[in-house]
Design a protein around this ligand. Sequence first.
Ligand code: NAD
Ligand code: UD1
Length: 338
Amino acid sequence: MSILVAGGAGYIGSHTSVELLNAGYDLVIVDNYCNSSPLVLDRIKTITGKDFKFYECNICNREGMRKIFQQEKIDAVIHFAGLKAVGESCVKPLEYYENNVWGSVALLEVMKEFGCKKIVFSSSATVYGSENKAPFVETMPVGTATNPYGTTKIYIENILQDLYKSDNEWSISLLRYFNPIGAHPSGLIGENPNGIPNNLMPYVSQVAVGKLACLSVNGNDYPTPDGTGVRDYIHVVDLALGHIKAVQRVLKKTGVDIYNLGTGKGYSVLEVVETFKRVNGVDVPYKIAPRRPGDIATCYANADKAYKELGWKAERNLEDMCRDTWNWQKKNPNGYEQ
Ligand code: NAD
Ligand code: UD1
């Protein structure tokens, strides 16, 4: 079976590509490197000892995508190709709608032209908005996103739902990720944020390695056990393995299925920082800062459906996530830059 991985050079896409190759799938990666490095491809080959096809192409480029589908026999697509920086999406909303929404529409049109109607899509827990209360369950109504990035995820979920209503031959899996962190245990691939990281774990690891001076803990007055925000952190390798199960399902049956991919457990900012310090024996200076606009107090998954229907559950704990993040950060203090 041959899987096209759009955005396969990125953080989650590269880890998923490794697990797809390990599971024996043929792989066609498509990426325009707008947020990744060509070096990732060699690292994937080193980890797996396997080769795959690669095309540098923007998914918005229908002609380019058609050529790929003409050349390769694709059984299913995993679609990671999107811009993901929440703050940037507020400054450049049109770029986000164009790349994420129109990019998805273009990809789906080309898939349809070539009779490939099986897709796994990277959605986000952000679609639950602030109206719902954790633990989030797939049956809850989608909420209101607080930023254009989140809105693109809601739009794309709706587009995929409508597509299935119009043509029941489609097999669609919407995967709502909680907070992916960690890295491959080899330390060869990991998260490589552009500039100053927005997300907690890359910030913590850059403070630990000395690139940044001090972590700002955004708010200690939330209604949580220690007052800091609670999130459902999930190891990126567990997340990647969830995609293998989802791809198996779309290859077997039609319909639209939504799955939360989280651990079902929430940890506070201070618990993450303390665990990172303890398992890695490093210091992470921090100070309490004001709340970050748009943040909710608590976000974690009910991940029962993925277990029942896909037979998937997260196996790696917060210590594994902190250890593997640090292993990657130490070995690659400048990410993929040499
Ligand atoms: P990433 O930026 O590391 O990976 C995305 C990849 O897609 C990059 O390699 C980028 O170059 C590529 N890309 C982007 N637009 C493209 C286009 N138009 N054509 C071709 N390639 C394109 O991000 P990630 O963390 O691996 O996230 C993957 C997906 O999962 C994204 O859609 C993201 O929104 C979603 N997601 C991520 C998180 C997270 O915390 N990382 C959480 C929820 C959902
Ligand atoms: C953020 C995005 C969400 C996106 C997700 C994955 C916002 C409002 N939400 O989620 O849409 O899907 O990333 O990319 O941006 N924190 C600090 N100091 C920091 C950074 C974070 O205290 O320097 C805290 C936050 O307040 C939060 C927790 O750490 O309580 C996790 O933050 P983060 O890693 O940014 O993830 P989310 O806010 O859950």
